[in-house]
Design a protein around this ligand. Sequence first.
Ligand code: FAD
Length: 564
Amino acid sequence: MGVHHQIIVVGSGLSGLRAALEAKKNGLDVAIISRVQPVRSHSIAAQGGINAALGNASEDSTNSHAFDTVKGSDFLADQDAVEVMTQEAPGIVYEMEHWGTPFSRTKDGKIAQRPFGGAAFPRTCYATDITGHALLHTMCERSVYEGIKVYEESLLLSVVRSDNSVCGIITLNIKTGEIESFSADSVIIATGGYGRIYGNSTNAIINTGSGMAFPYMTASVPLKDLEFVQFHPTTLYGTNILMTEGARGEGGYLRNKNGDRFMKNYTPNVMELAPRDIVARSIQTEINEGRGFDNAYVHLDLTHLGREKIAERLPGIRDICIYFAGLDPVEKPIPIQPGQHYSMGGIACNKDCETEVSGLYAAGESACVSVHGGNRLGGNSLLDTIVFGKRAGHYAAIYLKSKPKKDCTTAIDAELKRVKAKVNALENSTGKENPSKIRSELKAMMVTNAGVFRDKAKLEAGVVKIKELKERYKTIHLLSKSKKFNLDLLRNLELEGKLVLAEVILKGALMREESRGSHFRTDFPTRDDAKFLKHTIAYHTEDGPKLEYRDVNISKFTPEARKY
Ligand SMILES: Cc1cc2nc3c(=O)[nH]c(=O)nc-3n(C[C@H](O)[C@H](O)[C@H](O)COP(=O)(O)OP(=O)(O)OC[C@H]3O[C@@H](n4cnc5c(N)ncnc54)[C@H](O)[C@@H]3O)c2cc1C
């Protein structure tokens, strides 16, 4: 029955590593399965920072952090989970500092904090503009020190369950091409986002969402709030590489083709420091109404910040502009446009990271706890990964102590056989369809039909398109027959998951006849708390998602109109 570990964590980004460290601290046998070597996980790309109410730049409080997060979420976040995240934030940042993260400092030596959109005070702790790099290396070093076992180049294909509890997982060993099984008493999913379903994404190409899609398809784990897709306002025109929110936090301006700082017409009190959903819509409106450049982009202007400040606070952004756009932001404004950036939705779980399947936990961007609701504030995701990664490891360890022993051999062997047959069929496929066409049509459709602005007609057309693409997927052929490192096989296994997730996004958005956070319907432009102050829960069926709705946890903060 393959290898056994007490706890298997899938994913070696910040959330997966933190979960594994916590499980290990509890004396358990824990191993990580990851598609890539840990420091190649997408957490490495995070630029701007991590939020915690340390009060180093001005007054602040965890209550203020909680309120800003709930308001930023357009009141869809679960307030019990937000309380946990914001209260644990200072301790999490100090722990990372003690483990070695080189945070930028104030003149008197405290951890420096910069303003981010939607925050009442400068609350975002940072390491210049490579915060994710600094945090992930720290976390990796810690996990090497603790001797955490990592199975690299291994792709999760299936989560095995028997009755209502988890038994283990089935994977593709990318190095050998073998399909393998791992049994475990508990499994933690920490596989990051699905950005690459969209054509204009800030995400790495490994962010395909397969770690959400396969548990949903194989173990019937429901997904929550997938229609809430974050579009970052400032991605580099042409490549969609992120230009961190820290650039606006440090004083950058947004200008249209007339040179106007147009945010004065949308959020005059906070200008460029409104939350991301609002700034992204404002930029897209400028472009749509003919005030952008080439009907495609506006400018992020840092030239007034000066060479010294850019060198000190935004050196990575300057390098990216020089290498990828051939311009120096010290001298010239940066062409930017909104791009897909983050998945607010994910595997449905509660504040203890428990899913509906006993022993199966989720954390980080692949999970929906939910602390971001309809719109995530910048700096809250790195925090989410570490706080809830730690909690997932903790609660999985507690689960193990009370878990009755169960024999999973039959369930695992049956699923191993099924997955082997499926992969074998794909390897030997001879259909006419070129899968890369399906992939690029999917990406283009998602930008047009489920992008910054949505409506019934576009979403319905998107659902029809998905059905067509799913049919065509059944007749694809692989270009490579290699066993070792067959990236063609891997990408096309993941393509099935992408189609399934895209359908959940489209259907959830179609049913949500209101506008809330990142989900803006031009045909229903207002928020409708009477009908939709609810989470969307999607269950997998062969005919597409079955949607249900679940109440939001409201405690301290009564929903109110969201004004900035
Ligand atoms: C460019 C960019 C900049 C950002 N900047 C910030 C910022 O400044 N502040 C902030 O708060 N947030 C930021 N974010 C968001 C934040 O970085 C991510 O949400 C967060 O790092 C996700 O961490 P994670 O641990 O959930 O997943 P990841 O770091 O994405 O790791 C996922 C892991 O899962 C593995 N995996 C995936 N699928 C499978 C599979 N099927 N089988 C096996 N393994 C699998 C991968 O190998 C990887 O190890 C940024 C995001 C981007 C894209």
